[in-house]
Design a protein around this ligand. Structure first.
Ligand code: ARG
Length: 466
């Protein structure tokens, strides 16, 4: 780290009124090139569209526009081939590219920055990047949903215990449980689509904050860059980072879903539960305990949520006290979004792989579904339906039956008719039809319920919506 005392020549891009360059510490805190070089393609695309618009409006000459375009194409291939030399003295990606353009094409390069500022330029580049990332996320969520739909279809009548408080509640099907995740990731995907629509406005031409007196055509640049329309308020345009915050909020909610799923995978793959087996591709061994197969991928997906949520809080905190319009604080937006995007992509990809490969242990699920008096509600419902009891009384009678089964160390279905009749004389042998887990799930045909017939309907609904 530098000592903060060396003064060099002033910045070649904005140093007109400066006698000397920044101290080394200033350069270090100011520079963003270390991370915003990721925006090079968006920056070049934005500059090409801007130059084309300037030429079409007669603000720069067609010759200068051609030189600028050729120069930018050269820079694009230099960056992509790894030969471009990024300089921290030039602060950020915008000035690195513009300085190189000046070296390549001379004075025409200086005309590119007419009628724009780095404030609308960075808003444009970053918005383009986030929009593309959301489009990628949409595709990845679609793949995850497709993996779940396949597992749901195969397991529409695989019985498992349903839980509340992680205590056995009522039998459900594994297909139904998979479809719960389809709903969650489907909402995430809807949020992604909505956010893309929200942010589909072009910032370029807002200039520093007040717009410009040059006769620019913002609709033309918006169209060329694939936006629906230009933004409507130049002050808001350079102040706004809602698109980044929306990305991070969506990422946080999605990561929370992934984390809950990861937690279930960790629990289900324990020898004690044994509901699933993870493929070797998504687990690891222990260096000391040979018997172990650890769900590391699921654990890391669970952990990435911490980073992603952290990024959301970090950027909300950066933005919360900023006066309009642009402040340099906003430069801190990018690393949060880049890091969250990388983590989210990895987490979705790992989860999609785990769900695709997962071995479902139907026998273990079935055995667990039958234990823990999971059909007690079915007995209570039977007493309401067949013996005319009010539900509260039926609940009480069923409680007595559970207590007796617990004392005897057996399931409800193992109690004899005589034992049940001693608890309530209205009970007949028909009750045994509802005490099995299969009968229990098959009976729950209410819309969105766990009956295999209902689960299949929901799968068909989602298949039509991919
Ligand atoms: N690197 C800056 C950022 O990311 C670009 C905008 C700089 N604008 C300015 N007025 N200094 O925010």
């Amino acid at each position: 780290m530098a000592d903060g005392t060396d003064q060099k020549s002033s910045n070649q891009m904005w140093g007109g009124r400066f006698a000397s360059g920044p101290s080394a510490i200033m350069e270090e805190i100011n520079a963003s090139i270390g991370f915003d070089k990721k925006l090079y393609a968006q920056d070049i695309r934005g500059s090409m569209a801007h130059a084309a618009m300037l030429a079409s409006k007669g603000i720069i000459s067609p010759e200068d526009k051609d030189k600028i375009t050729d120069g930018l194409n050269t820079i694009l291939s230099e960056i992509e081939s790894g030969s471009f030399e990024f300089s921290r003295k030039l602060e950020d990606i915008h000035m690195n590219i513009e300085a190189r353009l000046a070296t390549l094409i001379g004075t025409a390069a200086g005309r590119l920055h007419t009628a724009r500022s780095r404030n609308d330029q960075v808003a444009l580049d970053f918005r383009l990047w986030v929009k593309e990332e959301l489009q990628k996320t949409e595709g990845m969520l679609t793949a995850l949903i497709a993996a779940f739909l396949d597992r749901a279809e195969e397991n529409a009548d695989t019985v498992m215990p349903g839980f509340t408080h992680l205590q056995t509640a009522q039998p459900v099907t594994f297909g139904h449980h998979c479809m719960a995740y389809v709903e969650m990731f489907g909402r995430d995907r809807a949020r992604v689509r909505h956010a893309i629509e929200h942010m589909d406005e072009s910032p370029i031409g807002a200039a520093a904050l007040a717009g410009t007196g040059y006769p620019i055509d913002r609709h033309m640049t918006a169209k060329a860059l694939g936006f629906r329309e230009p933004t409507r308020n130049s002050i808001d345009t350079v102040s706004d980072r809602d698109f980044a915050l929306e990305f991070l909020s969506i990422a946080s909610i999605c990561a929370t879903h992934l984390s809950r799923l990861a937690e279930e995978i960790v629990i289900w793959s324990t020898p004690q539960f044994g509901f699933i087996r993870l493929s070797d591709a998504f687990s690891t061994g222990s260096s000391i305990m040979p018997q172990k197969k650890n769900p590391d991928a699921a654990e890391l997906v669970r952990a990435k949520t911490g980073r992603i949520n952290g990024s959301l809080i970090a950027l909300l905190t950066v933005m919360k006290g900023l006066p309009l319009a642009y402040s340099k604080d906003m430069q801190e937006d990018k690393e949060q979004v880049f890091d969250a995007a990388e983590s989210l992509e990895l987490a979705i990809a790992a989860m999609t792989g785990m769900i695709r490969d997962l071995e479902v242990r139907k026998d273990r699920m079935r055995a667990a579904a039958g234990s823990g008096y999971s059909t007690a509600t079915d007995l209570a419902d039977w007493l309401v339906r067949e013996a005319g009891l009010p539900f509260r009384d039926a609940h009480h009678v069923t409680g007595n039956a559970v207590a007796l089964a617990e004392k005897k160390g057996c399931d409800l279905a193992d109690l004899s008719l005589e034992e049940l009749q001693a608890i309530h004389p209205g009970i007949t042998k028909g009750v045994f039809d509802v005490l099995s887990v299969e009968a229990s799930v098959a009976s729950r045909t209410s819309f969105g319920g766990t009956a295999p017939s209902e689960v299949k309907k929901q799968i068909a609904w989602w298949r039509g919506r991919n």
